[in-house]
Design a protein around this ligand. Structure first.
Ligand code: GLC
Length: 698
C-alpha cells in the first residue's frame, strides 16, 4: 500500500506546476466563498474550521471537479476531547491513567468528526506542562513524559486506527512541537529556554511516542525555543523529527506562526519568514499566507530549491492518499446524522467522565452518600451549570447537551429526599439553604474560559468570591462535599484542610452531572490519579515530582536547605495521587535480579490487596531513581504503571519488566546512556508513597 501511494504521489507531483505545489502548502480558515476561486486555481489545499458534511462536500466538489488536477482538500478541526459528544478535557482523560479509555474517546470523536466532513484533527496536544498558570495545561496529559507518552500513543491510535482511509477515522496531529508548555511564567506564547537535555528528556518524548504510533501530522508551535522559534527550528524539525525519528508525515505550522517570525525578530519581512520556515521543514502554512505569497518567487530566485517544495508537497499528498480522499472525497450526511451524539456515545461519555475524576479527600468516609437522605443541598456556580462543564476547545459541543450536577443528583436520590439548590451568588441565601440540608454538595472551580488557549492566570486561587462562599457554607455546620470543576491544578489549601470530602471533576464534558452523581452516591468507585502536582500556592510554582535533589534537599527543620520558610516543601496533592472508597495494601516487593548487567532487565513484582468492603481499581505506579550518575538525575521517574481491578478481599501480584535501556538518560555527550550504579525503586499508589527497594546495574 505504502509503495503504491508513493508511486501515485510521484506521478501526481510530476504533473504539478510550482503554483499548484505551493497551493498544497497553503491552509486557510472558514467556509469563505472567496476561497473557492483559490481552490479552482490550485492555490489552496486545506481548510480548517469548515464543518458539516454538506458544507465540506460543497468545498470538496470545487477542488475535485473544478480544479485542473482535482486534488481533494484536507478539512482540519480542533477535535480535542470530542466532536459533538464532548468528553472530559484531556487533563481529565489523563487522570484515568487508562490508555484504553483515551483510545475509546478519541475513536468516538474521530467517527463523529469524519462523518461530518472533518478528515484531520489538530490533536492530541502532547505538551508537557509543569506550570498551572498556563491555561493550556488543560489540553494535555500533565507533567510527566512517560504518562504523556502512553497517552499520546493511545490518542493517536484512537483517532487514526489501523487505516485512516476508514470512514470512522481521521488523521491526527501531535502538537505543539515543541516545548510550548515551558512558557516562562506560564504566560501563553512566551519564550521557552531549556537545555537540549531537558528538551530531549522531558518535552520530546510524547512527540516521539506519537510518531512511533504513526501520527500523520505534527503541528509546529508558536514559541521562541532557545532563540530559534519552534516554527523555524531546523534542529527540532529537520534533524530530530524528520531525521532521527524518520517522520514521514507532514508538519503544519500553528496559526500564523510563520508570519509571527517577524515579531520574534527572526525574519525581517514575510519573504524571510517563508524561507526560514520552509527550510526548517514546515510543510504547510496555517493562515499566514506567507507561503502562497512568497514561495514561488523564493524558488524562482534560487533562495529555496524546488526540491524543498517537492518534499513538502510529497508529505502532504501522501496523507491525502492515505486518507483515501482520491477514491472517496465526499461524506454521507445521513451517516453524520445517525452517529453524532447517539445514545451509545452519550453512555460512553458518562463512563469516561467518571473514570477521569480524582477523589482528593474523603475524611471519615463521608462519601459515598446515601440516596435516601432527608435533604441534600447543591450549592455553587457549577451546580446548575452547563456551558462550563464542556471545558476549553469543546469542538461542536453545546451547553444544551450537558447534564448538570443538579440533574445528575436529582436522578440519583430517592423521591423522599428534598433537593435544595443555590447558585451561591447570594451567600446568605446559600447559607440558609445549607442549614436546611443533611449534606451539602459544593460545586466550585473555574469557568471554561479561564483555561485553554490564551487562558493563563497570575494566581491559581479559586476565582473571586468562591472562597467566601465556601467558608460561609462550611460555617453553616453541615457536612460538605466539594466538587471541583477546573482546567488546571488550583490552590485549594483552605478547603483541603477543612472540607471533609473533595472530588476533582475537571471540566467533565456532556455527562459531567451524571458522572459526579455516580461517584458521590457510590455507583462508581473513583479510580483517577493526578497527572499533575497541585501546588499549595502560586508561589510554589514550578513544582513537579520528577525534580532534582539539589545539594541541599529541603529539611523542614533546617533553614539552610532548598525550601520556602513560610510553607511546607511538598505539593498540596502529589503527582499520581488519588483515593478510592476502598483501601489497597502493597506487600511483598520483589526485585530480581538484585544486580543486572547494562543490557539486562529487572523484574519487579508486588502484591496488591483490596482490604476494604468495595470493589475498586488501583493504578499501581513504578518509580525509579538513578542515585549517582555523570548527570544529576531526578529524585523519582515514573517508568511504568498498571491499572488493576480488585474485588473486596482480592489480592493480585502485579509484575513489571524494566529493561535497562528504560533507565537511560542523555549523557555528557548528549547520547543516551545507561550507567552502572545503584538504583532505588518504588512501587505504590502515588509519587510520594510506596514500597521501596533497590537494585544495581553492573
Ligand atoms: C490555535 C492553537 C492550535 C489550534 C490552531 C487551529 O491557535 O494554538 O492548538 O489547533 O490554532 O485552531
Amino acid at each position: 500500500m505504502a509503495s503504491n501511494i508513493d508511486a501515485r504521489v510521484e506521478e501526481l507531483i510530476s504533473k504539478m506546476s510550482l503554483e499548484e505545489k505551493v497551493g498544497q502548502m497553503n491552509q486557510l480558515s472558514g467556509p469563505n466563498e472567496a476561497y473557492k476561486d483559490l481552490i479552482r486555481q490550485g492555490k489552496l489545499g486545506s481548510l480548517l474550521n469548515v464543518v458539516g458534511a454538506d458544507k465540506c462536500n460543497e468545498f470538496q466538489r470545487v477542488a475535485v471537479q473544478e480544479s485542473r488536477l482535482g486534488i481533494p482538500l484536507l478539512f482540519g478541526f480542533d477535535v480535542i476531547h470530542g466532536y459533538r459528544t464532548i468528553f472530559p478535557i484531556p487533563l481529565g482523560l489523563a487522570s484515568s491513567w487508562d490508555p484504553d479509555l483515551v483510545r475509546k474517546a478519541a475513536g468516538i470523536a474521530a467517527a463523529e468528526a469524519r462523518a461530518d466532513g472533518i478528515n484531520w484533527t489538530f490533536a492530541p496536544m502532547v505538551d508537557i506542562a509543569r506550570d498551572p498558570r498556563w491555561g493550556r495545561i488543560a489540553e494535555g496529559a500533565g507533567e510527566d513524559p512517560y504518562l504523556g507518552s502512553v497517552i499520546a500513543k493511545a490518542a493517536v491510535e484512537g483517532f487514526q486506527g489501523e487505516d485512516i482511509s476508514d470512514p470512522r477515522r481521521v488523521a491526527a496531529c501531535a502538537k505543539h512541537y515543541v516545548g510550548y508548555g515551558a512558557a516562562e511564567g506560564g504566560r501563553d506564547y512566551n519564550t521557552t529556554d531549556m537545555s537540549e537535555r531537558t528538551l530531549r528528556e522531558i518535552y520530546l518524548p510524547p512527540f516521539k511516542a506519537a510518531v512511533e504510533a504513526g501520527v500523520a501530522t505534527i503541528m509546529s508551535a508558536f514559541n521562541d525555543l532557545c532563540g530559534i522559534p519552534a516554527s523555524a527550528n531546523p534542529l527540532t524539525i529537520r534533524e530530530i523529527l524528520k531525521g532521527e525519528w524518520g517522520f514521514r508525515g507532514f508538519v503544519v505550522s500553528d496559526w500564523n506562526a510563520i508570519g509571527e517570525l517577524i515579531n520574534h525578530g527572526l525574519a525581517r519581512e514575510r519573504r524571510d519568514a517563508a524561507r526560514e520556515a520552509v527550510l526548517a521543514g514546515v510543510d504547510m502554512d496555517m493562515c499566514s499566507n506567507c507561503y502562497i505569497d512568497e514561495l514561488c518567487d523564493l524558488v524562482r530566485s534560487g533562495a529555496v530549491r524546488e526540491e524543498v517544495v517537492d518534499e513538502a508537497v510529497r508529505r502532504i499528498l501522501r496523507v491525502k492518499f492515505m486518507l483515501g480522499l482520491f477514491e472517496n472525497p465526499y461524506v454521507d450526511p445521513d451517516r453524520a446524522r445517525s452517529i453524532i451524539l447517539c445514545e451509545e456515545h452519550r453512555e460512553n461519555a458518562r463512563d469516561i467522565a467518571r473514570r477521569s475524576m480524582v477523589l482528593l479527600k474523603n475524611q471519615d468516609g463521608l462519601l459515598p452518600l446515601r440516596k435516601d437522605l432527608r435533604a441534600i443541598a447543591v450549592i455553587g456556580p457549577f451546580a446548575d451549570n452547563r456551558a462550563d462543564l464542556l471545558g476549553c476547545w469543546s469542538g461542536l459541543g453545546r451547553a444544551e447537551d450537558v447534564v448538570t450536577v443538579l440533574e445528575g443528583i436529582r436522578e440519583k436520590i430517592s423521591p423522599s429526599t428534598d433537593l435544595l439548590f443555590s447558585d451561591g451568588s447570594n451567600i446568605e441565601e446559600a447559607v440558609t439553604v445549607a442549614r436546611k440540608a443533611e449534606v451539602v454538595v459544593l460545586a466550585v472551580g473555574e469557568p471554561a474560559y479561564r483555561s485553554g488557549e490564551g487562558g493563563s492566570v497570575s494566581t491559581i486561587d479559586l476565582p473571586e468570591g468562591q472562597e467566601d462562599l465556601i467558608k460561609a457554607v462550611y460555617g453553616a455546620g453541615r457536612p460538605v462535599v466539594a466538587v471541583l470543576f477546573n482546567g488546571r491544578p488550583l490552590s485549594i489549601t483552605w478547603m483541603a484542610e477543612r472540607i471533609p470530602a473533595i472530588l476533582e471533576a475537571w471540566h467533565p464534558g456532556i455527562q459531567g452531572g451524571n458522572a459526579v452523581a455516580d461517584i458521590l452516591f457510590g455507583d462508581y468507585n473513583p479510580s483517577g490519579k493526578l497527572p499533575v502536582s497541585f501546588p499549595r500556592t502560586v508561589g510554589q510554582i514550578p513544582i513537579y515530582y520528577n525534580h532534582k535533589n539539589t545539594g541541599r534537599p529541603p529539611e523542614e527543620t533546617n533553614r539552610f536547605t532548598s525550601k520556602y520558610i513560610d510553607i511546607p516543601s511538598t505539593p498540596l496533592f502529589p503527582f499520581g495521587y488519588g483515593l478510592s472508597y476502598t483501601r489497597f495494601e502493597y506487600r511483598d516487593l520483589r526485585i530480581n535480579p538484585a544486580r543486572t548487567p547494562i543490557n539486562g532487565k529487572v523484574t519487579v513484582s508486588v502484591e496488591v490487596a483490596n482490604v476494604g468492603e468495595r470493589e475498586g481499581e488501583e493504578v499501581v505506579q513504578l518509580y525509579i531513581r538513578d542515585v549517582t550518575a555523570s548527570i544529576t538525575r531526578p529524585v523519582k521517574e515514573l517508568k511504568d504503571f498498571k491499572k488493576i481491578h480488585l474485588m473486596p478481599g482480592e489480592r493480585k501480584t502485579v509484575e513489571f519488566e524494566i529493561p535497562a535501556e528504560r533507565l537511560s538518560f542523555y549523557g555528557r555527550d548528549m547520547k543516551p546512556v545507561v550507567e552502572p550504579g545503584l538504583f532505588k525503586l518504588w512501587v505504590g499508589p502515588n509519587s510520594m508513597e510506596g514500597l521501596e527497594g533497590d537494585f544495581e546495574i553492573v
